[in-house]
Design a protein around this ligand. Structure first.
Ligand SMILES: C[S@@+](CC[C@H](N)C(=O)[O-])C[C@H]1O[C@@H](n2cnc3c(N)ncnc32)[C@H](O)[C@@H]1O
Length: 260
């Protein structure tokens, strides 16, 4: 049965189960005809089911040996096929639904091309939690965020005197969804690249946000020389603290102070 109200709303569940869910996202989930989700935590899935019994997970589209881009395309198709049935669809992704997350953005883009109203609500990303847990402010010396495989493959240019955040460090080079993936090869390559700018003794932090207020986040400091021997998972984000700031550019400072 359809009710003629095709619309797509993409929301994020954040990291804290379930405290990161905004009131607006919760209302969307409750009001939806269909809820689709890509959320790892069974407690969050259980909560979504209580909000709306229609919940279905998109996780089944992942498989070992299947390229992730193929899985993402199937997720987008699944979301759109629900919306085309004239349904109000709410799709929930963990973290921020548009941060290092392709299917939500793509589903919104294609729905709009078909004239279907579609929007995304912001959620708390791993980086938001990292700023809170590690006491870092991106305003202090700037902040650069890269996907780790992309950082290596495209030789991304970065400023070592600014904070560097590298996502997906535990799955460098992984193209499918392989639970037995060996992270060491990618980690060694990454450590080598970073050591060229920071030196092998530079201490970086492997960070994993905690889903529960009663358990601590993982905050593992490690010198670059030992990064490849450190446990890295699909939840690990690498934080590379900056080198000391370079002095301000005198000419620019003079021009900023000069009367116009
Ligand atoms: C596909 S991205 C999804 C990011 C998510 N959309 C967000 O807003 O944070 C997966 C990457 O997010 C980061 N991540 C996932 N879970 C995390 C956690 N519990 N703590 C820190 N970073 C995490 C890791 O870098 C991981 O490889």
């Amino acid at each position: 049965m359809t009710n003629g109200r095709a619309e797509l709303i993409v929301v994020g569940t954040g990291y804290r189960a379930v405290g990161d869910l905004t009131l607006e996202a919760k209302a969307c989930l409750e009001q939806a005809d269909t809820v689709l989700c890509l959320v790892g935590d069974p407690m969050v899935i259980g909560y979504l089911e209580r909000l709306n019994p229609s919940v279905r997970t998109l996780a089944g589209f992942y498989a070992k040996g299947k390229h992730r881009s193929e899985s993402y395309e199937e997720m987008v198709q699944e979301i759109l096929s629900e919306v085309r049935r004239e349904r109000l669809v709410c799709c929930a992704f963990y973290g921020h639904p548009g941060v290092f997350a392709y299917p939500g953005h793509e589903a919104v883009r294609r729905a709009r091309l078909e004239g279907i109203p579609a929007r995304m609500l912001a959620g708390s990303s791993a980086e938001d939690w990292l700023f809170a847990d590690l006491g870092l402010d991106p305003g202090t010396c700037g902040c650069q965020s890269f996907e780790a495989s992309d950082f290596l493959l495209r030789r991304r240019v970065f400023d070592a005197t600014s904070l560097l955040v590298l996502w997906q460090v535990g799955v460098i080079g992984m193209t499918d969804r392989d639970p037995d993936f060996d992270a060491r090869v990618g980690a060694a390559l990454l450590a080598e690249r970073l050591a060229g700018a920071y030196g092998v003794d530079h201490e970086v932090v492997v960070y994993e946000a905690s889903p529960y207020p009663v358990t601590s986040p993982r905050i593992s400091p490690v010198p670059l020389a030992k990064l490849a021997d450190t446990q890295l998972t699909n939840k690990s984000t690498l934080v590379v603290p900056p080198l000391p700031a370079r002095p301000p550019d005198r000419e620019t400072a003079a021009r900023l102070c000069a009367p116009t």
